[in-house]
Write a protein that binds this ligand. Sequence first.
Ligand code: PAF
Length: 280
Amino acid sequence: MGFIKTISSLKQKLSEEKSHGRNIGLVPTMGALHAGHLELVRRSIIENDRTVVSIFVNPIQFNKKEDLSKYPRDLVSDLEKLKSVGCDYVFAPETNEMYPEPDLTQFEFGQLDKVMEGKFRPGHFSGVAIVVKKLFEVIEPAQAYFGEKDFQQLAVINKLVEIEKIPIKIIPCKTVREEDGLAMSSRNVRLTKSERAIAPQIYHTLINIKKRIVRSNVSELIRSSINLLNNNDGLTVEYLEIVDAKTLIPIETPNKTNEIIACIAVNLGNVRLIDNLKLS
Ligand code: PAF
């Protein structure tokens, strides 16, 4: 497995690969890899000639310094995991390699980056879009793989590719869950034992919403679900919204034609967790 830290060496390696007619799959990550990431990598390996995994904790997508400094990092173990699944290249640049100078690009994503995560983490999606666009430009993959746990991120990236006319196929991959339903996330390692025991309630709440959505009043269902979750020690719901899966606009009543999705963010102790579930 190749370990590359600079854009110039990565470009050189990949141009060699491409000169042999090989196509590239990209799995962008911020490291602290778990089984969910490895699923994306396995899929990319099956569907492409070569797979590049990027590991870069992108500072400009964190709106709180504390969140950035606490973000888990474990490069040695990440490299072992990637080697074990057969990844071809790991690209792990330093911050000044990615941002030799501040990148002030602005994107217009309409409603997509203003609601939910966008409302609570100002600047987050602009930071994500800047780094993903940079990775796309450097690597020029045929396909790039993103997890559906970050559903809004996926919507923003699909929009990015559309507005910038980037010829890369975005492959959404299903959320991988622990046995008790908790969505896998790099942040889970920061949960205490008691918080970890509470955390599956997030998914159970989403399942419950799915069961009840057809015969319930949507705002009442949201209100009662938030109240139930907030009864757990140390857990505070930041938002719980039921939205149209394409526009991310909250729905008042479900209809049979549009796909809808429940999206949630909670703070559990000092850890912020998100999850979602398609309801239709
Ligand atoms: O989902 C993530 O891990 C990050 O937001 C991404 C896509 C790697 C960009 O930094």
